[in-house]
Design a protein around this ligand. Structure first.
Ligand code: 5GP
Length: 190
């Protein structure tokens, strides 16, 4: 997706050979015009499928997932990283190792919002080692939902998550796929 790649080149900050900061449009401040295009592009990629629910994880998956949900007319459910006082039992949960924080979080989704009747697309902001996506797949499987596939805003293809999960049979559509962050420069796969 050219608009997204241009934005990454213009505003992304390469923090190391493995970490890209995009807090001016995705991870802190959000660019709603870009998010709208992202929602439309993701809907196009999955136009061959029936989708009843969009599943993501807080917080940075929520914006792209919501714009996709708007185009599809489907509800958006986000997995929570902390147990809240109002979210106690009746949960699907999975353990996820956080790439950016280097800690393990338990993520959970209320059983009220995901069921075996759902056809789910899973959305996240980044795909690195695939831990977050695996946790969301786990939750959708616990619900008995049909997983249509995943939509990722920025895949870092030089890390192993995407390849591993595709080999396991998961359809993954990524809108920008980074080949390298070496020498402070962002290089994309074609
Ligand atoms: P994974 O679970 O695939 O290893 O990492 C994906 C998760 O870690 C995403 O939900 C995202 O929040 C975070 N993440 C991974 N790599 C990056 C990165 O380079 N930049 C930012 N901002 N977040 C990342």
């Amino acid at each position: 997706m050219k608009l997204l790649k241009d934005k990454i080149q213009q505003e992304g900050k390469v923090l190391s050979d493995v970490v890209l900061k995009v807090d001016s449009f995705l991870n802190h401040q959000i660019d709603p015009m870009l998010m709208q295009e992202i929602g439309e592009e993701l809907a196009n990629r999955y136009s061959d499928e029936i989708i009843t629910k969009v599943l993501t994880i807080e917080s940075s998956g929520i914006a792209p997932a919501t714009f996709l949900g708007l185009v599809l007319g489907a509800p958006v459910v986000f997995a929570r990283k902390r147990k809240s006082l109002t979210l106690t039992d009746n949960l699907y949960s999975a353990q996820v190792h956080s790439f950016t924080k280097n800690e393990v979080n338990e993520i959970s989704v209320s059983k009220n919002f995901l069921s075996a009747d759902d056809r789910v697309v899973i959305i996240d902001d980044f795909l690195a080692n695939g831990e977050a996506l695996k946790g969301l797949v786990d939750i959708a499987q616990q619900a008995g939902a049909h997983i249509v596939g995943a939509g990722i805003v920025i895949e870092k293809g030089f890390q192993q998550g995407g390849d591993k999960l595709r080999q396991e049979g998961l359809r993954i559509e990524s809108l920008a796929n980074i080949k390298s962050l070496a020498n402070g420069k962002v290089e994309f796969f074609d």
